[in-house]
Design a protein around this ligand. Structure first.
Ligand code: THU
Length: 160
């Protein structure tokens, strides 16, 4: 028996203003997208913004449905649109902001497991890291330099 230890690194920016300029712009797009989320059932609004290597910014937000599982998270709404419109353009980074009408979200809210898996697919496909910045409505912003830092030991196509 051997033990395998997996470590991961996150960077945390104490405030919005501490973000690098490009990330701040991207996060502002995520926040605007969040405000357009359709989340009447959970009242939990999420916005995601993607910076592509051609400088295009793609945004998405969560889209809920009366048949709950039919809804989709913000990150996947955005990344599937990016993949469908720009299949050959690499994704540089993604910014995510989440808020709730029930309580104030003031700490970084990470993407769910299904979204991490979806983002991992594109990171592996393009063979270059996708930076992820995530926050609540206010407060600190966490950054991972690669999706693989958020989903170590991911399932990927090499095993198929
Ligand atoms: N949600 C996202 O949009 N992204 C995530 O990473 C986690 C959850 C959405 C799904 C649902 O509309 C609401 O937030 C509550 O789970």
């Amino acid at each position: 028996m051997k033990e395998i230890k997996i470590e991961t690194i996150l960077h945390v920016f104490d405030s919005f203003e501490a973000l690098p300029k490009e990330a701040l712009t991207l996060m502002n797009h995520a926040i605007e997208a969040r405000k357009r989320a359709y989340a009447p059932y959970s009242n939990f609004l999420v916005g995601a913004a993607i910076l592509l290597d051609n400088n295009e910014i793609i945004t998405g937000n969560n889209q809920e449905n009366a048949s709950y599982p039919s809804g989709l998270c913000a990150e996947r709404t955005a990344i599937y649109y990016a993949g469908s419109q720009f299949p050959n353009v690499a994704i540089v980074s993604m910014a995510i902001s989440a808020s709730s009408t029930k309580n104030k979200t003031a700490k970084p809210i990470p993407p769910c497991g299904a979204c991490r898996q979806a983002i991992a697919e594109y990171e592996i496909k393009q063979n270059s890291p996708i930076e992820i910045y995530f926050m609540g409505e206010t407060g600190a912003i966490a950054k991972s330099k690669s999706l693989s830092d958020l989903l170590p030991f991911a399932f990927d196509k090499k095993v198929l």
